[in-house]
Design a protein around this ligand. Structure first.
Ligand SMILES: Nc1ncnc2c1ncn2[C@@H]1O[C@H](COP(=O)(O)OP(=O)(O)OP(=O)(O)O)[C@@H](O)[C@H]1O
Length: 248
């Protein structure tokens, strides 16, 4: 099997289309003797939101890291767009930089960047914290700053690795709403890795389930928005996804 890393053409920033932003075929990743990913096929269209579920240790983060080019594939085809950003479970802010400087870190200095950074902070409700130090932020605020840092780069692919997992239940719901709104506005392709079936059904256009190195489900979420866990279609999909995960 061959690895063919390549870069897809840059998509128009504000349009969804059937041309994929992400294209994986036969993706393999082997650690020692174990093929953690053993023939994964997945496409994500521009502007499409895909949630990836799977039991602990099934390779979800490995797949996300390969899409972010933080890890390599051992085989298969990987096509990703040039501008990708990642939000991790922890905010990973630089403690010695103020919030705005964290959001714009690595971008060219100047008034335009400052303006863009402030706009991103306003979008996540943190504009009044631009000059604060990261240590003074709550967990939810710090994670919103991490989200602003990811969005300010106008990614064509936004990779979210359990970004709400460390938050309390109420903050988690608010963050899910915020991410839903921001993604609808900015239209990146999104891969959300999560353990939370309700979170996946609430947010995603499609849900995929990883098991034994392969996707055992990849399906469109046919639940009307705004999605209500009490909706029978929501409950039915939740039941099927939990069954995929071995919870009956
Ligand atoms: N660099 C590495 N070297 C060796 N093994 C690794 C490496 N990275 C991941 N693994 C192994 O690959 C498997 C999948 O790990 P991964 O973190 O992708 O799983 P996951 O589905 O994201 O798990 P969780 O839901 O618990 O975060 C695990 O058994 C892990 O120990």
């Amino acid at each position: 099997m061959t690895t063919t890393p390549a870069v897809a053409p840059a998509p128009a920033p504000d349009s969804a289309s059937i041309e994929p932003a992400v294209h994986l075929r036969g993706l393999r990743r082997v650690f020692g003797t174990r093929a953690v990913l053993d023939g994964v096929d997945l496409s994500i269209a521009r502007g499409e939101f895909v949630a990836l579920l799977g039991a602990s240790g099934t390779g979800k983060t490995t797949l996300l890291r390969i899409l972010g080019e933080l890890d390599r594939a051992d085989g298969g085809t990987v096509l990703v767009p040039p501008v990708r950003t990642v939000v991790f479970q922890e905010p990973r802010l630089v403690p010695s930089k103020r919030v705005l400087a964290n959001v714009t870190v690595g971008l060219p200095r100047g008034a335009a960047t400052r303006e863009t950074g402030l706009r991103a902070l306003a979008e996540v409700g943190l504009d009044r914290h631009a000059d604060a130090w990261p240590v003074t932020l709550s967990g939810g605020e710090a994670q919103r700053a991490a989200l602003a840092r990811a969005l300010v780069r106008a990614p064509q692919l936004l990779l979210l690795d359990e970004p709400f997992a460390a938050l309390d239940a109420l903050t988690r719901l608010r963050m899910q709403d915020l991410v839903g709104d921001l993604v609808r506005r900015h239209r990146p392709a999104v891969l959300l890795v999560t353990h939370d079936v309700d979170e996946a059904v609430r947010l995603a256009d499609r849900v995929a389930v990883l098991r034994d190195g392969k996707l055992v489900r990849d399906q469109r979420v046919g639940v009307a928005r705004p999605r209500d866990p009490a909706d029978p279609a929501f409950a039915d999909l939740r039941r099927r996804l939990l069954a995929d995960l071995g919870v009956h």
